[in-house]
Write a protein that binds this ligand. Structure first.
Ligand code: ADP
Ligand code: ZN
Length: 210
């Protein structure tokens, strides 16, 4: 299955992405993770993306579309994939429709107050290969329990940047909810609770197709 996870920053896409990718044995493709990796490695894509990301702005469509296009032709995508954080604009969604067929879009829904609270307390493992995520209220340490890496705050999780990201989401990404609803492939899940519900929703969708 070819899947998209939609949702505001901090809505809980990452948690659900990990569950879905494991359940379906498909690659979890997070454009944010790919950019962060490129920044770390100092590639030209990383250099292009960094200035936008540091301000909570979107990386230009053509840069992201090219990146995703070259990722989806890789061998590991042939049985399906999960896109997390892409598309984020209408032109990206339209470009994606030309590249591939999307089966289901999961919209992770959460209200803005909750998002602010989640993101301001969010800490992540600095080891890109691990990517574990924590919240200061449940884990205040600095060592990752999964890999031993260091637990840090993402630069763009600082409040002023986060608020910019939320505004960008409302203006540019939220319209995609209607775009995919109109195609009849949108399934909403509650970002507040019950991450495994996303997997159940997908299984139910598959059964409805049989
Ligand atoms: P979150 O979903 O928590 O906002 P991501 O890790 O998905 O964060 O993205 C981090 C940043 O990477 C975004 O704020 C943006 O600058 C850039 N980015 C990621 N995906 C895209 C995309 N599809 N289009 C434009 N910019 C993107
Ligand atoms: Zn880790």
């Amino acid at each position: 299955m070819n899947l998209i996870l939609l949702g505001a920053p901090g809505a809980g896409k990452g948690t659900r992405a990990a569950l879905i990718a494991a359940e379906y044995q498909i690659p979890h493709i997070s454009t944010g993770d790919i950019f962060r990796q490129n920044i770390k490695e100092g590639t030209s894509v990383g250099l292009k993306a960094k200035a936008y990301m540091d301000q909570g702005k979107l990386v230009p469509d053509e840069v992201v579309i090219e990146l995703v296009q070259s990722r989806l032709i890789k061998e590991d995508c042939k049985n399906g994939y999960l896109l997390d954080g892409f598309p984020r604009t209408l032109p990206q969604a339209e470009a994606l429709d030309k590249i591939t067929h999307i089966d289901v879009v999961i919209d992770v829904v959460a209200d803005a107050d909750l998002l602010a609270k989640r993101i301001s307390g969010r800490r992540v493992c600095a080891n890109a290969a691990c990517g574990a995520s924590y919240h200061v209220e449940t884990y205040g340490g600095s060592v990752c329990g999964k890999c031993g890496g260091s637990v840090v705050q993402r630069d763009d999780d600082r409040e002023e940047v986060f608020l910019a990201r939320l505004a960008v989401y409302d203006a540019q990404t939220a319209p995609l909810v209607n775009y995919y609803a109109a195609k009849g492939i949108l399934k909403a899940v509650d970002g507040l609770k019950n991450p495994p519900e996303a997997v159940r929703v997908l299984r139910a969708f598959e059964e409805s197709k049989m």
